[in-house]
Write a protein that binds this ligand. Sequence first.
Ligand code: URA
Length: 237
Amino acid sequence: MMRLDRYLCETGFGTRSQVKALVKKGLVTVNGARAGKPEQKVDETKDQVVCGGKEAVYAPYAYLMLYKPAGVVSARWDSRERTVLDLIPAEDRRNLSPVGRLDKDTEGLLLLTDDGDLAHRLLSPGKHVDKTYYARVAGKVTEHHAEAFRKGLNIGEKAPTLPARLEIRKSGETSEVLVTIREGKFHQVKRMFEAVGCRVLYLKRLSMGTLVLDENLEKGGFRPLTGEEIRSLKELD
Ligand code: URA
């Protein structure tokens, strides 16, 4: 059960104050009866809520694509730092959690969801979901490094890293690359470059599995996933 005003916010009918006004104007019905108060309780699993003639359908889970900026941590809550959830207005926050972590200084694609089952499947070490990053690196990255990434590197873990793909976009004193890894070890990309004597200066995640960062999002911006994006993430094997 939840309050009617929250239900309307979460189904996209506006902010808390906007939906309260809609209820007060008599534009909302619950199971055919006009709703009198925004604080009235509704059962999101079975009540039929209609607002201004349009049914407010409650989706069991929310899926948001966030363009994480640098300077926020990938956690639900932190006692000192700003988190990725602080970028989401309260009415859209539900019970969202970030799926995996990006370092505080890493930017790019971060999926937020309250679908614990999907999150678990995407993060499960046995799944090997591809994650592609753009990296700017201090040092001359060459095909020799690409070969080392392909073979797997010792980054101080029990086993070497799984084969990773390195596509060199610019090779020089500072290099630019696309790197695709299939694991998600702590600071993995930075540690892989350290293992070959280079240093990551800038890191941005571009994709995770089938999900690609939307170029229309601004840093710090977010949008719900489309039905197709949700379906193809669920179909990853
Ligand atoms: N690898 C890193 O080193 N940092 C990230 O944030 C993600 C992958």
